[in-house]
Every structure is written in C-alpha cells, then in structure tokens.
Design a protein around this ligand. Structure first.
Ligand code: GDP
Ligand code: MG
Length: 164
C-alpha cells in the first residue's frame, strides 16, 4: 500500500493550506480561526513517480487542557502513529516558540522520519535569516516554504519522498 505522510504542527501555521496545495483542490477547510480542521483529512498525492496518501491534522497545542484542543492533539498523535513520514510545520512569522519544541519532542519519540518545514517564508531573500533559528529544534535542516505562495514545495517533496 501507499506510504502515508502526515502534516503536523501547531494551529494556524498553515497545515491545511499546504494540504490543499498538495491535494490540488479544497478538500480541507482553511480559516483564520486556529484549529478549524478537527478531523483528519486524506488526499491521494502524486509527485514525480511517487504516490502517497497525505493526512491533514487539526493541530497540536502541547499543553492545552481545553477539550477540543486535547482531542485535536490525540487525533494528531494517531496520525503520527500511522504515518511513514511526518511533515512538521512551523511559522516563520511567529518564530520558534516553546510549543514547537514540545511538538518536536513528541515527534522524536515517534522515531519516524521528520521533514522540518518553516512556512510563510513569502520572501526568501528577506526572511531566510529567520529560518535558521529553527535548527535549534534539533531535528535537522529547516526547509523554507510559502504554502500560499507555492514556494519551496518541490524541494520539500523531494525530501519527503526520499524517505519512501
Ligand atoms: P492550520 O491551522 O495550520 O491548518 O493553518 P491554515 O492553513 O488554516 O492557515 C492559517 C493562516 O495562515 C491562514 O490565514 C492562511 O492563509 C495563512 N497562511 C498559510 N500559509 C501561508 C503562507 O505561506 N504565507 C502567509 N503569509 N500566510 C499563510
Ligand atoms: Mg487546518
């Protein structure tokens, strides 16, 4: 069967935007409200000669006791457990926050291959310095992308499919 690639990260970093770019239509819901996507959503994706199933998740707020946010975290954990490769998205505009480090710890425990993505890099020249701090997560090289601007997507997919 096809490899499964899960998109995880905190709410509002652009998971569903990336999902929709890769899925090629609007299967997932994108809203400005954090955590709008509550259920896992699947799409079949083909990149060059690679086929995989992509899974969007509602997002992970590591320390929240809110019922909905903790359910979203549980759903994301299920997606992580099911995945062959994980796309971990962060947000260059917010910078590296403590919750990103906690998500990174969850992902390390999963022992799955993780592709670290820094989203919202709409201007590579101006924002590249801000991408480097994500090396501090200790899970490898950060890949700058702009999901809404469709920048850096091919290099990211090369890395993802390289783990199949
Ligand atoms: P999710 O909660 O992680 O699924 O995040 P969404 O995909 O719903 O996006 C949250 C917000 O970030 C929306 O307002 C998107 O339009 C915005 N966004 C997503 N990707 C980018 C990007 O590459 N650049 C910028 N500037 N905004 C983005
Ligand atoms: Mg979403």
């Amino acid at each position: 069967s096809k490899p499964i690639v899960a998109i995880v990260g905190r709410p509002n970093v652009g998971k569903s935007t990336l999902f929709n770019v890769l899925a090629g239509d609007n299967i997932s819901i994108v809203k400005d409200t954090p955590g709008v996507t509550r259920d896992r959503i699947y799409a079949d994706v083909e990149w060059l000669n690679h086929k995989f199933t992509l899974v969007d998740t509602g997002g992970i707020e590591p320390e929240s006791k809110d019922i909905i946010l903790s359910q979203m975290r549980d759903q994301a954990q299920i997606a992580i457990d099911t995945a062959n490769v994980i796309i971990f998205i962060t947000d260059v505009r917010q910078g590296l926050v403590d919750a990103d480090a906690k998500v990174a710890d969850m992902l390390r425990r999963s022992r799955k291959p993780v592709v670290l993505v820094v989203n919202k890099v709409d201007n590579f020249d101006r924002q590249m310095m801000d991408v480097y701090e994500f090396y501090n997560l200790g899970i490898g090289e950060p890949h700058a992308i702009s999901a809404s601007g469709k920048l850096g997507i091919g290099d990211m997919l090369d890395e993802v499919t390289g783990y199949f």
